[in-house]
Design a protein around this ligand. Structure first.
Ligand code: SAM
Length: 337
């Protein structure tokens, strides 16, 4: 599986960075990883250098894992080094499955120097990887949880913000705006009503928006898989999350057809488990690990013990190596008029 690169693994020449937003980041500034921002349009430099709020109060430790405890976040995954490693692995798998880290026709722009926004960037593995490939472009990541890696290229900036309060950038700022796995971490109604307008607003005319997410239940599931997914998707639906958002995303953007042009959705279906070789084994491990990190939720909603849940996962992994289980991811590509 591809290795995630970090800032220290490559040297950069950003002297010729050419973008409509430019950042001069000093050593001191890069070490500030927990700035806050107000919903008003804040100068990004001011935002990254602002003192952090007391985010530490929002973390809780349960069963040896660290979780973010905030009502506005519906992300069930923990926030710790182990999860950051798993998210990096997921990014590598996605880039392999899609044969690239994005699908929008923006490579020339990125090579020349573009402005990019990653909404709900998490630890920033997508941004770090892509920023290394395009040193002339500037990558800005926003997330409500400040876990963005400290070891990152100088052409990346992180801002802590709740996207439901709006994006702290002026209209028409970015050439490329993207989000991955944010829909499965957020109330669907809120995403539809608040986030979509913001994604469109901050994208430059002629720029692209790209949404990548999970599209529903697996194809050809075995008994164990069906059981896990049944409980998980029921739990997500109760939390207001749309686990089947692919075509719905297209419909939502089509409502703004005076502002955007929506391309047909792109999908990738991939096999899990040994039968699909190295990528299949890595994907199965990544998904089983994600379920493991949600142990507290599963044991609660399934009313089983931790031991019973671990046995269920062992059986699930065994089953995936025997059947040809498939999962689907989609990418929606939207161009701003
Ligand atoms: C499943 S993670 C995906 C992270 C990253 N995009 C990736 O692909 O690895 C979802 C992310 O969305 C962020 N998120 C959820 N609700 C948010 C909100 N209201 N504002 C900003 N970020 C939010 C979470 O903190 C989390 O980092």
């Amino acid at each position: 599986m591809g290795k995630i690169r970090t800032a220290s693994s490559k040297t950069f020449d950003t002297s010729d960075t050419d973008s409509s937003i430019s950042y001069e980041i000093t050593e001191d500034e890069t070490s500030v990883s927990t700035p806050t921002c107000s919903p008003s349009f804040m100068d990004p430099i001011e935002a990254v250098t602002k003192k952090p709020d007391n985010v530490l109060e929002k973390f809780v430790e349960i069963g040896g894992r660290r979780y973010f405890n905030d009502d506005s976040v519906k992300c069930f995954l923990p926030v710790d080094q182990e999860e950051i490693k798993r998210a990096h692995e997921q990014t590598c798998i996605d880039n392999t499955i899609w044969n690239g880290s994005y699908s929008a026709p923006i490579s020339e722009n990125l090579s020349l120097g573009a402005s990019v926004l990653d909404v709900g960037c998490g630890a920033g593995s997508w941004m770090i990887n892509t920023a290394l490939d395009y040193p002339k472009s500037v990558f800005v990541g926003v997330d409500i949880i400040p876990i963005f890696s400290e070891d990152r290229p100088p052409n990346t900036v992180f801002l802590k913000c709740n996207v439901l309060d709006g994006l702290p950038f002026p209209d028409n700022t970015f050439d490329f705006v993207r989000q991955t796995y944010l829909i499965i971490s957020m109330d669907w109604q809120s995403w539809k009503e608040k986030v979509v307008k913001e994604l469109i607003r901050v994208t430059k005319p002629g720029g692209y928006i790209e949404i990548m997410d999970v599209d529903g239940e697996s194809t050809n599931p075995g008994i164990m898989c069906r059981k896990i997914e049944y409980y998980l998707y029921e739990h997500m639906r109760k939390a207001g999350i749309n686990p089947r958002s692919g075509q719905d995303v297209i419909k939502v953007f089509n409502e703004f057809d005076d502002k955007v042009i929506v391309a047909p959705i792109e999908e990738r279906t991939y096999h899990l488990g040994k039968k699909a070789g190295e990528i299949g084994k890595a994907t199965l491990k990544c998904i089983a690990d994600a379920y493991r990190t949600m142990k507290i939720i599963f044991t609660h909603i399934m009313e089983i013990t931790e031991e019973e849940f671990e046995q269920l996962l062992i059986d699930f992994e065994k089953e995936c190596n025997e059947v040809t289980l498939c999962k689907t991811r989609y990418r929606a590509i939207i161009k701003k008029r």
